[in-house]
Ligand binder design. Sequence first.
Ligand SMILES: [Zn+2]
Ligand SMILES: [Zn+2]
Length: 818
Amino acid sequence: MKAKYNPQEIEKKWQQKWAEDKLYEVGEDNTKPKWYALTMFPYTSGDLHIGHWYAMAPSDVHARFKRMQGYNVLHPMGFDAFGLPAENAAIKQGIHPFTWTMQNIDNMRRQLKSIGAIYDWSREVITCLPDYYKWTQWFFLKLYEAGLAYRDKAPVNWCPGCQTVLANEQVIDGFCERCGAAVTRRDLKQWFFRITKYADELMQHDGIDWPERIKLMQRNWVGKSEGTEISFALDHTGAEEREIRVFTTRPDTTFGVTFMVLAPEHPLVAKLTSPEKKAEVEAYIMRSRQQTEIERLSTEREKDGVFIGAYVANRLNNKSVPIWIADYVLMSYGTGAVMAVPAHDTRDFAFAKKYNLPIRVVIAPPGWQGEELEEAYTEPGVMANSGQFNGLPSQEGIEAVSDFLEEKGWGKRTTTYRLRDWLISRQRYWGAPIPMIYCDKCGIVPVPEADLPVLLPEDAEFRPTGESPLKYHEGFVNAPCPRCSAPAKRETDTMDTFMCSSWYFLRYASPHYDTAPFDADRVKYWFPVDLYTGGAEHAVMHLLYARFFIKAARDMGLVDFDEPFIRLFNQGIIIAEQQKMSKSRGNVITPDIYVSELGADAVRAYLMFIAPWERGGDWNDSGISGISRWLNRVWNLVPGKYRYNEETSPAVRQKAEQDLSRLAHQTIKKVTDDLERIRFNIMIATLMEFTNYLSEVKEKGTAAPPVWKESIDTLMLLLAPTAPHLAEELWTQTGHNYSIHNQNWPQWDEKLAKDEEITLVVQVNGKLRDRLTAPVSITESEAKQLVLERQRVKAHIEGKEIINVIYVPGRLINLVVR
Ligand SMILES: [Zn+2]
Ligand SMILES: [Zn+2]
């Protein structure tokens, strides 16, 4: 009696053996085409949950498939280990972030190993270790040298909950992405990366195969907008500045400007405010500082503002325009100033009504007779009250007014972007220190490359205070100036963890290289990444930052390609009981339990079967039981003795063998195609059908043993990427040489895979009208559809009603019409 399928035993056994033999360790090999299969590395949050498995198991299946196809496959794994969540969790539990993180990594590595993936662990990358972050700091220095890193005082997003500055991307509708607290504004000296320099290039996705929606999200995030920058004159005010600049996409409405609104943070506010308005204006600024961005931009809230007692001149009509401040205008967008055209902008209209400001119609609505507007008219129309432009359609006016402004030197056509420079300073402990020193004499001095890494001191107080905890670490802060050796101070902020993940994929190429972040030759060999898989939530942060890094690295001559990831694929989300998994709902699926009960192979196969990978699906225990039963069937089917039925007639045998071989070749073709196209669920269904068919053949015993043997070999090979342990066990049990994972992917023969064909006789009302060839497997409804498209048949049924269809499978179809 054959042993029962025992995944716990065989999975452990093979994982150990593969590791001992270094089966999946990979080097550069110029005799093979390379394939770099990258999965987004996990954040070291503690436990590997089923979402991680959903990201990692199917991508491993694909990488294994490529490996069997003859590619030299790099499929590495590592840990994104710096950052706020780790620090916050460590503080909560009263342990050091380093200890907490490394414990998590040990646990996650053990769990990752249970997946049975082809990760080359000798290439593991951990971003919080000095031999990694040394190079993160090195990249900072390079960006600084290239003029792509700069320090500036700027109003920043401040999260009172996390006590830190957040990047724009981390503020969701005015709230902190991590803790949900309302975000306020503050001024701080910060380090920025000039990602905006690459705005145009980041909007292009030429030559890369990415999902449309991700490309669209990136384009919207960069937010290119073409319009005209117009300057309004301050000549008369006595201020040093001569003008206020505004950006508009509607220069055709410039004659209708009746007031100007500045952001409360606008640097001109203090200079222009009249003495009698000072107190009121300052009070308003104080109040707006306490507002969150969401409150400021909320469409629900009535807009309010304050007149600052100063005027600016509209050069087009020499009209004097009062200057207001209002907190719905943000300094971080455009120029921080807007020209208000209440007649043709809804928000301006409401503001003008509230404060009794004039409303001047300059784009006439159809049939307008000069009456007052009930609401803003925002559609195109004919220009009015606009001097020499009167009568011009507003669409043409956009160009005409822009031309005129440019001629006069009062404005210029320009392009603005929604994208801001990337703020990378964090006033937190758990990150890579920014390698900069401030000297009273020399100013900002970069830490020399030879002095890297600037180590993060383990004995620093790491609780958040709102300032960097490193500020209070004497040993860290005080350092001699690298230029003049005078006592100087280190930068105490650490870097945004998105900086660590912007280049980790380069490190995998040569993870132990210690004279540069990567060995250029190896990067040349492996790059770009052929397939990058991960969650769609990274569309505008990680994926945009990584592209920026590569473009900057290219311009510095560090790499010779433009895009890091050729193909991007986003998997969906696994839910449970129709709901998102969460601890509070108590519906979290823990993969470890299923691995120990049913085996990693069953979990892998089930995750692929559950739904199209990009869609995600609902975890269901009976679903995985079904998969487990299938793997058990394979276990019983393959190595068991095959009994050939000696009484089979030659004709029956020939037919059985033909049918079996046809299905085997069709299965190879389908499975290969589904893997290439990442249609894993269909692939599993195909393998199940093949298994069922093989079971029937085995029962009947009508095919000769060599044909049988070839077919089950095919099954094992096709199954190897999905269920690597089971396939390896069966492969060696059936007398093959270890390892199945070094075998070539099976090839199909187009001739053998071709469906057997039949000739179908087509009748209309019992009379022969046509003949057609069709696959033997054609169903009645397929046959009917095919027949109705035939010209010869159409002629006989036109204008008639089909009242019956008689179908004799494989032979005849008769349409009864009247
Ligand atoms: Zn927060
Ligand atoms: Zn100095």
